[in-house]
Design a protein around this ligand. Structure first.
Ligand code: PMV
Length: 315
């Protein structure tokens, strides 16, 4: 008798973290943003036991359904949306990004979980189903998510995004390699509080509100052109201007400004805060030869999560 041994891999799924390269905050007002789904993210593995436990050791999370914890509530919403409400699979998640730092960690978690659970159930993990379920989970955290983090977590790659029902997601042409360095410089702030602060700031500037928001949108349009041409130095200069606009609406901090300064002084072509601001991360674009040195300098200065991401040009 011939016995074939098949390796038994547990069902698993992956969700990419995201980095906003341009257009945070103005995207809330209908302007476009540019995001990239990065290699860093979250991997979910279904365990052998069935006690409906969800563990993310890197974030100190260990919950079960019914626990008074936002992750437990979000997971219950995810299971419900997947039609797997009664199931009790255990999930163990490995995260290589920090939570709450503007890197789309909760969307990566939800997408990874949905993919692993659908595989465990023997069902197809098609993107639309994963997106809807992950959005149901995200509403527990953010009330009214734009869907940007979920698009990045599911599809990866670099794309332009405009809010809407459904949102507009446009993959971007990339004319040459682009290397980004991402570094957390301090704990993140509440996205909701930052968005509310921006609304107040914009109402203070009266008739300058519309042209200010259009300036953010114009920078995004220029950046789409620079990315298509593979013109990294110009992408960098546009990031610097975008950061200046974000400073003007009150979402930067001394640490975020310092992160940009350190990156630029080590040779970055440009740098800005990324995400909601008030803390969290900076992103810089760099010549490939300079990126390791910039990464090292930021890791040394801030001692927090720091990684590089390379966007390959179109074939
Ligand atoms: O830091 P994050 O990933 O929560 O980014 C929020 C981006 C905002 O434009 C500030 C808000 C939004 O809903 O788009």
């Amino acid at each position: 008798m011939i016995t074939t041994l098949t390796p038994s891999c547990p069902p698993s799924g992956r969700g990419a973290a995201k980095v906003l390269l341009f257009g945070e905050h103005s995207v809330v007002y209908g302007q476009r943003a540019i995001a990239v789904g990065v290699d860093a993210g979250v991997t979910a593995e279904v365990g052998a036991t069935r006690s409906a436990r969800l563990e993310v050791p890197a974030w100190g999370i260990d919950v079960r359904p019914g626990d008074d914890h936002p992750v437990a509530r979000a997971h219950a919403a995810l299971l419900e949306a997947l039609g797997l409400g009664g199931s009790a699979w255990d999930l163990r998640l490995t995260a290589d990004v920090p939570p709450g730092a503007g890197l789309g960690s909760s969307a990566a978690l939800a997408v990874a979980s949905a993919r692993a659970l659908l595989e465990a159930a023997g069902e197809r993990a098609d993107d639309a189903r994963v997106y809807d379920a992950a959005m149901a989970a995200e509403r527990i955290f953010h009330g009214n998510p734009s869907g940007l983090d979920h698009a990045a977590a599911i599809r990866g790659g670099i794309f332009a995004f405009r809010r809407g029902e459904p949102p507009e997601v446009t993959p971007l042409r990339v004319g040459g390699p682009l290397v980004f360095v991402v570094a957390q410089v301090e704990p993140g702030a509440s996205t909701r509080a930052m968005v509310e602060g921006v609304a107040r700031r914009l109402s203070d500037v009266g008739t300058a509100k519309a042209p200010l928001l259009e300036s953010f949108g114009a920078i995004v349009a220029e950046a789409i052109g620079a990315i298509a041409e593979g013109d990294a130095p110009r992408v960098g200069r546009l990031m610097d201007v975008n950061h200046g606009l974000l400073v003007s609406i009150g979402v930067s901090t001394p640490q975020l400004d310092e992160g940009c300064r350190v990156a630029r002084s080590e040779g970055a072509l440009g740098a800005k805060l990324t995400g909601a601001g008030g803390g969290g991360c900076v992103v810089a674009v760099a010549h490939p030869d300079d990126a390791p040195r910039i990464t090292q300098a930021l890791a040394h200065r801030f001692g927090l999560c720091c990684f590089m991401h390379r966007v390959a040009p179109d074939a």
